[in-house]
Ligand binder design. Structure first.
Ligand code: NAD
Length: 340
């Protein structure tokens, strides 16, 4: 039986397929953008050059200085640049950091975003923004920052190093696993999350064997798209809130923190949602969701302990005390990297 539920979907256009980078200029035109500011991560320099050439007279300027977690000074400089060039559109090419910077501009200016993701973080599908100031990260939800169009081109991801790939997939898996137990979880987010987990686990195994396989990379981008969409509608729960605290307070790397914490939170939370747990186990081809995730990350050589990321035992204890909820056992095990 399907229980009563409410679901909010975040509408945007998705253009998916190898080589779709060439469609960016046409998508910009479709949105009616006249002055496009291009934001590119270092790794996306060549792709940004191609987009720039395709935009012709619609190209208004470019920003290359992307940094993780959107530091306020970087956001301010980007807002000033957007004003100077009178941008009415932003094209962000890169991982969650490049897309996050585009969102920071959209928060205070009337601009439409076209996102071209090159990792599996999923930010392109969500209305969630973040900005970091004085060592503390503020996040919020605002539909004005949701990209209008997302262009997924697996060819841009063929060179994503395996360690970055695997950690980013762990980040995407965290979106879909948590999407089944949040307060806003519902049958639509659950089905999206299960399909996302299936594509991510198949894609990860394929990419470990063959890192530049465009079909395998396509599976990962498809999974990331669905995972981001599930996160957008289901919202965040204890897992994301805990990773947010750890990342913001102790400056831990975003994706890797998810990998260390997720199996431990899953051990505690998944029992509350037996149907979704069974569906995710089937998708990930494991008998137990928590150990299945842990073993998947170990096999992909993603660190499965917070200790390996540089967190001290004292900091783990301190974080448990700061968190509004009992997470002491979760954090003790995540710090040590104990198989859940
Ligand atoms: P990132 O964007 O910082 O990218 C990680 C590294 O990979 C960078 O050095 C980048 O230059 C490089 N890289 C990216 N694509 C590449 C490619 N195709 N080939 C080679 N190198 C490449 O990291 P991320 O994990 O994608 O994003 C993390 C950020 O996104 C964090 O700030 C996080 O808070 C945010 N985030 C936000 C949401 C949301 O919904 N708002 C969701 C997930 C993550």
């Amino acid at each position: 039986m399907i229980e009563a539920f409410a679901h909010t979907s975040y509408a945007g256009r998705v253009v998916f397929g190898p080589g779709s980078l060439h469609q960016v200029a046409a998508e910009v035109e479709l949105l009616g953008i006249r002055r496009a500011l291009v934001i590119a991560t270092g790794s996306a320099g060549q792709a940004a050059g191609e987009v720039q050439a395709g935009l012709k007279e619609r190209f208004a300027g470019r920003i290359d200085g992307v940094r993780q977690h959107v530091p306020t000074e970087v956001a301010q400089a980007a807002r000033t640049k957007a004003q100077e060039v009178q941008a009415d559109g932003i094209i962000a090419i890169g991982g969650g950091s490049a897309i996050g910077l585009a969102k920071a501009i959209a928060l205070t200016a009337d601009v439409q975003i076209v996102a071209v993701p090159t990792t599996y973080a999923g930010s392109e599908m969500t209305p969630v923004w973040g900005e970091t100031s004085g060592g503390s990260k503020t996040t919020g939800t605002d539909v004005t920052v949701l990209p209008k169009t997302v262009v997924y081109d697996a060819q841009l991801t063929l060179g994503l190093p395996l360690n970055v790939t695997a950690a980013s997939v762990a980040n995407a898996l965290a979106h879909c696993v948590e999407a089944v137990w949040t307060e806003k979880a519902n049958p639509i987010t659950e089905t999206t999350a299960v399909e996302a987990a299936r594509a991510l686990s198949i894609g990860l195994k394929q990419v470990i064997q063959s890192p530049a396989d465009v079909a395998a990379r396509g599976n990962l981008l498809y999974g990331a798209c669905l995972a981001g969409s599930a996160l957008a509608s289901a919202g965040t729960g204890v897992h994301h809130k805990l990773c947010h605290l750890l990342g913001g307070t102790y400056n831990l790397p975003h994706a890797e923190t998810h990998a260390a914490v997720l199996p431990q939170v899953t051990r505690v939370k998944a029992v509350e949602v037996p149907r979704a747990k069974a569906r995710l186990e089937e998708a990930l081809q494991t008998d137990d969701l928590a150990t299945g995730l842990f073993d998947l990350f170990e096999a992909a050589k993603v660190p499965t302990s917070l200790q390996a990321l540089g967190l001290t035992r004292e900091q783990a204890v301190e974080a448990a005390h700061r968190f509004p909820g009992d997470v002491e056992e979760i954090l003790t095990k995540a710090w040590a990297g104990t198989r859940p």
